[in-house]
Structures are given as C-alpha cells and as structure tokens.
Design a protein around this ligand. Structure first.
Ligand code: CO
Length: 208
C-alpha cells in the first residue's frame, strides 16, 4: 500500500466534513462527550466506528486481540476507568466477531510465546463452557460459539470492576455483548442479561 494514499484520503475526508459544517473541526477541538465505550478486536476487518455508522466524538474505543477485558491489563482497565468515571459513558459494548483469529489461535496446541498468557484467558472461557462447546461437532460453529461465550465472559469481567459496579448504582450504566458477523456485515446483539449477571456474581465480586 502506498501510504501517500492515506494523506490524500485525509484531505478528501476533511473537505467532506467541512461541507457538512464550516466549524466541524472547531467543535471537535472543544472536547469529547461520548456515550458509548466500545471494546473490540484489533482485527482489521472489524472497524468499530465505521461498522456502527458513528463518527468522531461519538464512541470511546479500545481494541485488543480477541476483545479481552483482563483485570491485570493496565491498558484496558485504564480505558474502562477513564470512560466510566470521567467521560461518564452510559453504555459499554464488548464486540467480538466470527472468524476471530485470536480465538482460533487460543485453541491450538502451539507455543505462541508472549501471546500464550493473553490467549490463556480464552482457554479459560472454553474450560468454563466445555460441555456446551464439546457437544458442537462442526468446528466452525464451535469457534463461533466460543466467540459468543468469550464476549459474554468479558462482559462479566466488566461487571467485576469497581468502576462499573459504582456507575450502575449511580446512573444505571449498561453492559452489552455484541458480535460482528464478518461474512454478512451484520452486528448481532447477544442480548446478554446484564442485570442477571450482576445479581448472580455480586455475592462474590461486590467491591464496596
Ligand atoms: Co479477532
């Protein structure tokens, strides 16, 4: 890819934005007030704002391999805390995607070096849901289901944080689990039972 193309694209993009309003960038420079925190996979096909039809200023984004919410990952935890405590987002989305290379890699019996501890968290999801997953014969369907279950478990991981528990009490923040189907472009709401999970795990994970 010629990187010059990127700068040409940027010029076109600026022109388009200014057509919509002369003060577009003046307004953008004033600050951000997004309502949504999106945690997705780094996969180049899953483009966050683009697939949701949202623009600059509308969504706070964090992406990593296989959209993981790991309690000792300072990066994702800083993003969650900043978005919830300071930007006061009202919704957090964990968005996985079918055909996720990270999820597939996690299930291979290979030493992947520094990726091992990261992907190990996905093996843990498999272990928790082993009976359901082992009952699925079709390999692709099994991976797709693991993608969905991984999203659910990362939503549960969000509920375990003090920031989300506090924001739920104070303003009823909501956690959503979605999957992007790369084969059709569709965004699927897994309709996770956020309040049900919250009630169910608070006995153990209550933090105040
Ligand atoms: Co992925």
């Amino acid at each position: 890819m010629e990187l010059d193309r990127v700068f040409e694209n940027n010029k076109t993009w600026i022109t388009k934005k200014l057509e919509a309003g002369d003060d577009y960038f003046e307004q953008l420079g004033k600050g951000q007030n997004p309502e949504l925190l999106y945690i997705g996979c780094s996969d180049s096909r899953v483009t966050a704002e683009d697939l949701m039809g949202l623009g600059p200023g509308e969504v706070f984004v964090h992406r990593n391999i296989a959209n993981m919410v790991i309690s000792i990952d300072l990066n994702v935890m800083s993003v969650v805390n900043y978005a919830v405590d300071h930007l006061k987002v009202n919704h957090i989305v964990v968005c996985g995607h079918y055909a996720c290379g990270g999820v597939k890699a996690a299930m291979q019996s290979a030493d992947l070096g520094i990726l091992n501890p990261w992907l190990r968290n996905i093996r843990d999801v498999y272990r928790i849901h082993r009976d359901e997953l082992n009952a699925i014969e079709d390999e692709d369907k099994k991976y797709d289901r693991l993608v969905e279950l991984n999203v659910k478990e990362q939503c549960v991981n969000l509920i375990k944080t003090a920031a989300v528990q506090k924001a739920y009490r104070e303003r009823g923040i909501k956690v959503h689990g979605w999957v992007f189907d790369v084969h059709t472009g569709k965004l699927i709401d897994l309709k996770i039972d956020f309040e049900g999970y919250l009630k169910n795990i608070m006995e153990i994970y209550h933090l105040d």
